[in-house]
Write a protein that binds this ligand. Structure first.
Ligand code: GTQ
Length: 345
């Protein structure tokens, strides 16, 4: 590839004349914005240990009352982007949120989409668009763009969940903002039960209007059972994985990030091919090993790691007699909508 002229090759006076007119020569930067073959990625393979994070999160509970935090969150920041950027990948934000018994995180709504993956504790709930969603380990709860949400806690132990947002992307687009609200009236509960039966969904013919987000809560007991059933029904399936979808359309459950759960059979190891989107892995149950570039992460329950796009990722179950369950978040819906999605072999 042809070497291009550098900034230093240009006379200083000329450079100053360009700057004075808010002009920049492309050629000294062309190879950095359009690198050959593979994009440059700031996203570094990074792992966050729950055992290391948990005491720091509990300490935040002592140091900062909920009224002074609104959302008491420690952000899982990728050092490749700079910790102050608070992002795990180009489009993914991750945070561990703590709610103590009796606390309330007030209602608001914002443009970025969020989901919560419940990590520990019982008795908390989040109310999304009037629907009260109880939180238990492994449940996935959606908070799509623009929907009111607040978190409460009637239990007696700390509750922790992992927030996954497309905040870095929406912020980059200069489209990120919040609106504060007042406590919501609960108008629904258990709406996800309408989608529980295999292959049938509530008929839209008479009374229902198409809802963009018909299902807000995906109980782990159901997703786990689906994975086990899939492993049994298709014992030779290369990957035992289920996607969290809009049950009325079968499409991704949110617009920008995609979510799935994956089961590694006892002793199983598999390689996901290199694909353009960055990915996040969170260990729900069991123990995994994850190989990304030159990094080897050993995940225990509640550990979380991320991988940049365009590299293969090898997943292994560290146990020979128990399955391992992972929650995955990635940028696939976004890449597909933008026409950027690629798989490489
Ligand atoms: O719980 O609404 O981690 O608004 C970041 C921003 C959580 C939330 C985060 C938020 C929330």
């Amino acid at each position: 590839m042809q070497e291009l002229g550098r900034l230093a090759d240009l006379p200083e006076g000329y450079r100053e004349d360009l700057t004075a007119q808010n002009l920049v020569p492309l050629w000294p930067s062309l190879r950095s914005v359009l690198p050959p073959g593979v994009p440059s990625r700031r996203t570094r393979p990074t792992c966050w240990s729950y055992a290391a994070l948990r005491p720091l999160l509990m300490r935040a509970g002592e140091l900062t009352p909920i009224e002074k935090a609104e959302r008491r969150v420690l952000v899982l920041a990728n050092p490749g982007h700079g910790l102050d950027k608070m992002q795990a990948s180009a489009s993914i934000y991750l945070g561990m949120q703590l709610l103590l018994p009796g606390e309330w995180a007030p209602s608001h709504r914002h443009t970025p989409n969020a989901v919560r993956m419940i990590v520990e504790g019982e008795g908390a709930y989040t109310t999304v668009d009037g629907e009260k969603c109880p939180m238990s380990r492994g449940d996935l709860i959606l908070t799509p763009t623009g929907l009111w949400h607040e978190h409460g806690h009637d239990g007696d132990q700390p509750v922790v969940w992992l927030d996954v947002l497309d905040l870095p992307l929406v912020y980059y687009l200069e489209a990120s903002y919040v609106t504060e609200g007042k406590a919501q009236a609960v108008t629904r509960q258990g709406a996800e039960r309408a989608y529980r039966s295999g292959g049938v969904v509530p008929s839209p013919v008479f009374s229902r209007t198409a809802q963009p987000y018909p299902m807000l809560r995906y109980p782990w007991s159901e997703a786990r059972a689906a994975l086990e059933a899939l492993a049994t029904a298709e014992p030779r399936a290369e990957v035992v994985q289920v996607a969290y979808v809009n049950p009325e359309t079968g499409a991704d459950c949110q617009n920008i990030l995609g979510f799935s759960a994956l089961m590694l059979r006892p002793g199983e190891s598999l390689t996901l091919p290199a694909r353009s989107p960055a990915m996040v892995f969170h260990q729900i149950e069991g123990e995994s090993e994850i190989l990304v570039e030159d990094q080897r992460f050993r995940l225990a329950p509640a550990d979380t790691c991320c991988a940049p796009g365009y590299v293969p990722v090898t997943l292994g179950n560290r146990s020979g007699d128990r399955p391992a369950f992972l929650f995955l978040a990635d940028e696939t819906p976004l890449h597909k909508k933008l026409g950027l999605y690629e798989t490489r072999s």
